[in-house]
Design a protein around this ligand. Structure first.
Ligand code: GCO
Length: 443
């Protein structure tokens, strides 16, 4: 099966931006040429990464970048979303790492030469360990260090960049990293998640100030992940619990940016769980954005539970991907329509969407029909949202290639391109061929 949509759909127009996405720690390797990040430390902690792997080599993209960009070009995409590794730009003594800057300049120049729009993410979770040693995102100062780093990046990269996203998925950094501990830096304390989130949001706002001033012509914004919440039953109790879950995991990051306030749920949290909010913080966080990036993979169900805000229900006997996430494309339509109803939105980009598959190379081919189906169904769901009036300007497949999937190590494959991590050989999966065919047939 192919990927196809009716020619009447705006998604079949050449004006709609299609891309592929990656992030620094997940693909670059060449760890010896940068400072240590919290993910290096986390990988070195026994029991944190399922296959006990790390990011020291990853896809060796630091050395294979030219080949990889040619591959991106071969796919026929308009844009490439990737992230800058903060500890590859700023040394621990605060000097600028010229080698690191030059690496990204080569990447940017090559992308521009090939007519591929660079969508740069400034923070995709690889916080310099030196900042974590001083409290990481629990320390307000980290937000100011981030601003200083962004100033350097913008000064060095100039007009080579098409779009800057300040943060990727602050939910993951704050909640997974400081509240439940399954991501770096691995702190698991209900008292910490909201505090870390607030400093991440502050970092976003401070970076937006820099971008608006120093780089007004780029498309500047943020990338948030959303996992739409559905009640297990229609009971008022389950619906209320679901509302709270949505506020806690999704709107907590969206509402301060769009409206300058936290969800009212904050009033229900014990004082020790609330962030320390200084006078101007919410005004800084509420800085206008040129675009909002949305990462979407799955949905979750909830019900009420005495003594808790909500209870999450693991997906039952439903279609799931190799990482155990339910396939439920309708949630993408529901999400976009509901965000559009709730907020005064800037243009949207789907900055990540894709699935983990149990992929194998057989006679030079990777038959990943399930992934083709996944992309087909989600592009249809996106089309539905656009038909219902939501303005979406682009879509990025996660990911260009198989890579280091965080706590899952190299065991979960999200790529359009298969990577043999022993030989670093890349093989286009069937989904890559279909994505390419779909994109290149646009008019
Ligand atoms: C995220 C990250 C990616 C992941 C992808 C699959 O959304 O968690 O941006 O780095 O690899 O989402 O889990």
């Amino acid at each position: 099966m192919k990927i196809s949509l009716p020619t009447t759909s705006p998604l079949t127009s050449k004006d709609f931006v299609y891309g592929v996405a990656t992030s620094s720690f997940q693909i670059e390797g060449a760890a010896e040429k940068r400072e240590i990040s919290i993910w290096d430390t986390f990988c070195d902690t026994p029991g944190k990464i399922v296959d006990a792997s790390n990011g020291l080599v990853a896809c060796d993209h630091y050395h294979l970048w030219e080949q990889d960009i040619n591959l991106i070009h071969d796919l026929g995409v308009d844009a490439y979303r990737f992230s800058i590794c903060w500890p590859r730009i700023i040394n621990n003594d605060k000097s600028v790492n010229r080698d690191g800057v030059d690496f990204y300049l080569k990447v940017l120049d090559k992308l521009n030469e090939l007519g591929i729009k660079p969508f740069v993410t400034l923070y995709h979770w690889d916080l310099p360990q030196i900042h974590e040693d001083h409290g990481g995102w629990l320390n307000r100062e980290t937000a100011y260090h981030f601003r200083d780093y962004v100033e350097v990046v913008v000064r060095e990269f100039g007009d080579r960049v098409h779009s800057y996203a300040t943060l990727n998925e602050p939910f993951c950094s704050a909640y997974l990293g400081y509240e439940v501990g399954i991501h770096a830096p691995g702190k698991a304390d209900r008292m910490l998640g909201r505090k870390a989130a607030h400093h991440l949001l502050l970092a976003h706002g401070l970076a937006m100030q820099v971008l608006a001033k120093e780089s007004p012509l780029t498309l500047n914004g943020i990338v948030l992940n959303f996992t739409p919440c559905y009640p297990l039953t229609d009971s008022p109790e389950d619906k209320l619990a679901t509302q709270k879950a949505d506020d806690y995991i999704n709107q907590w990051y969206m509402k301060p940016i769009m409206d300058g306030s936290y969800p009212s749920l904050i009033e229900e949290l014990p004082y020790e769980q609330r962030p320390d909010i200084l006078d101007d913080d919410l005004a800084i966080i509420n800085h206008p954005i040129d675009f909002l990036g949305i990462n979407f993979y799955t949905r979750l169900k909830y019900r009420a539970k005495a003594g808790h805000l909500y209870e999450e229900i693991p997906p039952g006997d439903v279609e799931k991907t190799d990482i155990g996430w339910e396939v439920f494309p309708q949630a993408l339509t529901d999400l976009l329509v509901s965000l559009n109803d709730t907020y005064d939105l800037p243009p949207l980009y789907i900055t990540e969407n894709g699935m983990a598959g149990d992929d194998h190379v057989e006679s030079g081919q990777v038959k990943d029909q399930l992934r083709i189906n996944y992309y087909q169904a989600h592009l249809e769901a996106l089309n539905q949202a656009i038909q219902q009036g939501v303005k979406v300007d682009g879509y990025f497949a996660w990911s260009l290639m198989d890579n280091f999937e965080w706590a899952e190590g190299y065991l979960k494959r999200f790529g359009l391109v298969y990577v043999d991590f022993e030989t670093q050989e890349r093989t286009l999966k069937d989904s890559a061929h279909c994505y390419k065919e779909f994109i290149t047939q646009r008019v």
